[in-house]
Design a protein around this ligand. Structure first.
Ligand SMILES: [Zn+2]
Length: 415
C-alpha cells in the first residue's frame, strides 16, 4: 500500500524546468537527517492556463528522480480535482487532492443527515479530545448544521475516491481531501465531524487540507494573528489523532497546509508543534518556483531581464484577467504597484529584490510579488523565448529555486 511519509512537500513546477533543483533541496534535507517526500503537484487550472498535460508532470518527476538516483518514494499529485476533472489525471497520478470545496454548503437528503447525526450523537455536548485542555463543545443543533453544510461534500469525496479506486486499485494511490478554497474556515470541531463523515464514507485519506483562519495568500506571508493560528493548529493536530482512532482512518493521516509557501510568520509555531507532538505535515508550496525563475532571470540581466520586465508591464495591463481565477487567495494593493515605466529603469538586482520574499529588504514588494505569481500565463504565451532564457541561465535560476525551497522553507520548518 502506498503510504505518505511523515513530512512531505508539494512542489509546483509550472513550466517543468526546475524539478532537478527542487529535488536537490529534498536530497540536501535528507543529508541533514530530515526525510521529506517530494510530491509534484499541478492543478487543472494550471494545466489549462499553460497548456500542459498531467503526463508532463509524471514525466518530469520520473526523469529528475532517475537522473539523481533518488530511490525513495515520490508522488505526482492531481491537485484540486473533482468529479468533472479527475479523469485525465488518473493515468499519470498516484496522489489525488480531492477538492470538495464546490460541494460544501449543498444539503444532502434528510435521511442521510439524521442517520449521521444519530451515529455521532454521542460526541455532542462536551467533546473531550485527548490533549486539548479547554473543553470543546458541540450542541445537537451545531451538529445538524455541520451535517447540513458538509455531509454532501463528504459523500462526493467518497464518490470521487471510488471512481479513482476503481481504475487504479485500492492502496495504489494517496488520497488527500481539500476544503481550503472556500470563504469560511473550518473550526477544529467541524474538522472532527468532517473526518467522521469521511471515515463513514470509507475514504482512506492520508492528508486533509482544511481552511485555517487568517489569510493564506499565494506566495506571501500569513495575514492574521500567528498565536491564534498556533492554538487552532494545535487543536487540529489533536482532533486528527482522535478522529483516526474513533473513525478508523489511516494511522498516518496528517494535516496538509495549502498555499503553504512563504507563511514565515507561522512556521516557528508549526515547527515547534510538530516536534512537540511528533506529528507530520504536508506543505503544499505550489507556484513559487515560477517566481524564483523570474527572480533568476532578472538577476541574469540583459535580455532575460528585459523579458521579465515586459511580462510585468503586461501583467499590469491584464491585471483583472490574471487575478480573476485567484480572487480568494491573493490581496493586491494596486496603488503599491510600480508602473511599467518605472520598472523599465531598474537593474536586475532591484527587480529581483522587489520580488524575493525577504521581508527585511526595503525593496521587497508583496503586491508586485503576488501579481507576478498569477502572471505565469504571460510567460506561457512566449513559451519558446521563455524556455530559451531559462536554459541559458539555468545555473542562476536553479540556485534561486534551491535556495528558496531549502533555506526559506525546509530549514525553517523541518531542520
Ligand atoms: Zn489548495
Amino acid at each position: 500500500m502506498k503510504k505518505l511519509g511523515k513530512y512531505s512537500i508539494g512542489l509546483g513546477d509550472r513550466f517543468g524546468h526546475q524539478g532537478h533543483a527542487q529535488l536537490k533541496a529534498i536530497i540536501e534535507a535528507g543529508r541533514k537527517g530530515v526525510e521529506i517526500t517530494p510530491v509534484w503537484n499541478k492543478s487543472n487550472r494550471e494545466h489549462m492556463i499553460i497548456g500542459t498535460q498531467p503526463s508532463d508532470v509524471r514525466m518530469e518527476a520520473d526523469t529528475v528522480t532517475k537522473d539523481a538516483g533518488f530511490i525513495k518514494p515520490y508522488f505526482v499529485d492531481a491537485d484540486h480535482i473533482n468529479l468533472d476533472t479527475v479523469d485525465k489525471f488518473i493515468g499519470s497520478s498516484d496522489f489525488f487532492t480531492v477538492d470538495v470545496a464546490s460541494y460544501i454548503g449543498k444539503r444532502t437528503d434528510d435521511s442521510d443527515i439524521s442517520a449521521f447525526v444519530d451515529t455521532v450523537g454521542k460526541y455532542t455536548g462536551r467533546l473531550d479530545v485527548p490533549g486539548i485542555k479547554k473543553a470543546m463543545k458541540c450542541s445537537g443543533k451545531q451538529l445538524t448544521d455541520i451535517a447540513e453544510k458538509y455531509l454532501f461534500a463528504a459523500k462526493k469525496a467518497g464518490e470521487i475516491y471510488r471512481k479513482i479506486e476503481k481504475s487504479k486499485g485500492a492502496g495504489n494511490f494517496i488520497t488527500e481531501v481539500s476544503m481550503d478554497e472556500v470563504s469560511q474556515s473550518q473550526t477544529p470541531v467541524e474538522l472532527f465531524f468532517i473526518l467522521a463523515m469521511l471515515g463513514y464514507e470509507g475514504v482512506p485519506l492520508q492528508t486533509i487540507a482544511p481552511k485555517f483562519s487568517g489569510r493564506f495568500n499565494k506566495g506571501v506571508d500569513y495575514t492574521g494573528d500567528p498565536l491564534k493560528f498556533a492554538s487552532e493548529f494545535e487543536e487540529d493536530l489533536m482532533v486528527v489523532s482522535f478522529a483516526v482512532k474513533e473513525f478508523k482512518l489511516p494511522a498516518n493521516l496528517k494535516i496538509s497546509i495549502h498555499s503553504g509557501s512563504d507563511k514565515f510568520a507561522i512556521y516557528p509555531h508549526i515547527s515547534s508543534l510538530l516536534k512537540k507532538y511528533d506529528k507530520g505535515v504536508h506543505l503544499k508550496t505550489a507556484g513559487t518556483t515560477w517566481l524564483e525563475e523570474v527572480i533568476g532571470l532578472a538577476e541574469s540581466e540583459g535580455k532575460a531581464l528585459d523579458l521579465v520586465k515586459e511580462i510585468y508591464a503586461k501583467s499590469l495591463e491584464k491585471i483583472e484577467e490574471l487575478c480573476a481565477p485567484y480572487a480568494d487567495v491573493i490581496d493586491i494593493n494596486e496603488d503599491a504597484l510600480p508602473s511599467g515605466n518605472e520598472v523599465m529603469s531598474w537593474n536586475g538586482r532591484k527587480f529581483a529584490s522587489s520580488l524575493r520574499h525577504e521581508s527585511g529588504n526595503r525593496d521587497y514588494n508583496p503586491n508586485m510579488r503576488q501579481l507576478i505569481h498569477v502572471a505565469y500565463k504571460l510567460a506561457a504565451e512566449k513559451m519558446d523565448k521563455y524556455f530559451r532564457f531559462l536554459e541559458e541561465h539555468e545555473e542562476v535560476v536553479s540556485e534561486c529555486v534551491f535556495e528558496n525551497i531549502y533555506n526559506r522553507h525546509i530549514c525553517r520548518l523541518f531542520v
